[in-house]
Design a binder for this molecule. Sequence first.
Ligand code: PGA
Length: 252
Amino acid sequence: MRSPLIAGNWKMFKGVADAIAFAKEFRTLARDFTEIEVVIAPPFTAVHAVADALRNSGIATAGQDCYWEKDGAFTGAVSAVMLKEAGAELVILGHSERRRVFGDTDADVTRKVHAAYAAGLAPIACIGETLEEREGGRTLEVLDTQLKAAIDGVSTEQFATMVVAYEPVWAIGTGRHATPEQAQEAHAHIRGRLRAWLGGEPADHCQILYGGSVKPDNARAILQQPDVDGALVGGASLDPRGFYAIAEAAAR
Ligand code: PGA
């Protein structure tokens, strides 16, 4: 019912030439994928080139963030409309690095989600607890607050294209991934909340990705969990063969 989705978040890595080389190699490797969806999120400067190199491959391009205004005097910002025009189909929003390094708040995430929908982009809404919050027993409460912000004012029709990514902050870039059981517990909770807030059908159709130190050797066990529908991959998405291995684990 939910097809697996593997998304690569390149963060601030790869210039245009490197990004195009990756896209060309990866689309050849992944040419036989039919049952899984693959998304690549390059830095803004390479979105257009990557979307171009992936044209008609079935592999989608995403932005890593956007600003909520369409245009204006906002030095350094990129709008959802601009991402769409550059060839993106999705946009990652609320990533913990955006929250921590750039100060994005839950209210900002809400605005960005609505800007994404208005521009015709599907949001990949990231939520996740810090180590301190987990150790303080506040994981589910934090997930609820961040999830509520991501779906605030979103219609059922809009929600049909939203992807939710559970990314425990303590697992991002640390090599310490959540255990399959920890991931499943959080994902089941998120789906339960979506069921309570939006209804059974939207909750059952929503792809919930796990992110945080996903690698070719741990992807399978995490992806096998019933409520884990895919992965948002950072470091391991930078190498076409490694990223392909993770996508292959999802296809099986
Ligand atoms: P990581 O990053 O795979 O390098 O841990 C995941 C993410 O930030 O989306």
